[in-house]
Design a protein around this ligand. Structure first.
Ligand SMILES: [Mn+2]
Length: 351
């Protein structure tokens, strides 16, 4: 399914005068889009004199600090569950599955009677809305706005600020516009990917009226790499392997590889997209050994293959051109690659 609900659902929920405190939960390993949309939405909600709170799973990566612009984001700790105040609404942002909250899933489970609002742009595996709703506790009121053809959730949240006919009371500031533009840029690779539509450009034009420093946003997201990071990319590209047809490129990042370059998993963001930049590549696969019992796979593609469908075969998901999978338990990275390539080749041939 590509779409459930509409922006009007969000408007109706946010206009409820009894709202006092809204909790915003972006997906685990929050990226530019998840954080940009969360901070913009939180600031918009505060303009309505409603308290808002963002809780994430891990520290904010340094290169995304500009998107936060000093907004006080809370990081989930051992005592969070005991100390957290009961919200009047929980918003799931840039995802639509409780599993993508990781440890914060416990918050939703604790507040079973608190309504949930979902705002997302990922493809929906369920065939119907009622099938989708079965993934949630039936006691919980669920309001949904999912549009999988949107470039980013930041694009969707922008509508709340710039769509005058809505009259939601949000007003755009330079700080909010920077967060939103950062989110849109993050998910579209700087407006280069196929997910950038006419509406994306119209929204970017509206955001630019806030005198955004687009060069600084680009630099933070795509530039400003240390020499170690660039050397790491160099080694990945020098050693990446190609299938016989030359249309699938892949690389396995072992845990000791990162130590060599003083790198962290954050430094691998965007790397799979760079592998896709190789000419005539239909699919790029980056396999990362996170720990002895976790392997994470990034998939990037061109029109030859829908990687959200490929990821779906392994319990992962995402978008047509960018998706991911997490394998838990002890797995052999090379066997995972071999199987992914086999499945991908079948899908590419069938097209
Ligand atoms: Mn996104």
């Amino acid at each position: 399914m590509k779409k459930i609900g509409s922006i009007n659902n969000v408007f109706n929920v946010l206009s409820d005068p009894s709202l006092q405190h809204i909790l915003i939960l972006p997906h685990v390993r929050a990226d530019a889009d998840a954080l940009g949309s969360a901070v913009a939405l939180a600031r918009g909600i505060e303009q309505l004199d409603i308290k808002s709170e963002i809780i994430v799973d891990e520290e904010i990566p340094a290169y995304l600090k500009f998107i936060i612009d000093d907004y006080p984001i809370k990081i989930y700790r051992n005592n969070t569950l005991e100390t957290i105040q009961k919200p009047s609404l929980i918003i799931l942002l840039d995802h639509h599955a409780l599993e993508r909250l990781k440890q914060r899933k416990k918050i939703v489970e604790k507040f079973r009677d608190v309504p949930i609002l979902i705002i997302d742009h990922h493809l929906i595996q369920a065939k119907t809305e009622s099938e989708f709703r079965k993934n949630f506790d039936s006691a919980q009121t669920l309001t949904i706005w999912i549009e999988s053809e949107r470039s980013s959730v930041s694009e969707m949240i922008s509508e709340l600020f710039i769509n005058d006919s809505l009259k939601c009371g949000f007003s755009l500031t330079r700080s909010i516009a920077t967060s939103l533009m950062g989110g849109i840029y993050g998910d579209t690779g700087g407006l280069r990917y196929a997910n950038s539509g006419i509406r994306t450009f119209e929204i970017c034009a509206s955001l630019m009226r806030q005198n955004l420093a687009i060069n600084l946003i680009s630099n933070k997201l795509f530039g400003e790499k240390t020499l170690d990071q660039l050397n790491l990319i160099g080694e990945v590209l020098a050693n990446a392997e190609l299938t016989q047809n030359g249309n699938i490129i892949w690389f396995v990042v072992k845990s000791d590889f990162l130590d060599k370059y003083n790198a962290t998993q954050d430094d691998l963001e965007g790397l799979c997209s760079q592998m896709r930049d190789v000419k005539n590549i239909d699919l790029a696969i980056l396999v990362r050994e996170i720990s002895s019992d976790e392997i994470r796979v990034n998939l990037r593609s061109n029109q030859a293959i829908d990687v959200s469908e490929l990821a779906g075969k392994y319990g992962g998901g995402g978008h047509a051109r960018a998706a991911g999978i997490t394998f838990k338990g002890s797995n052999d990275a090379n066997l995972i690659v071999a199987d992914l390539i086999k499945q991908a080749e079948i899908m590419i041939c069938a097209k």
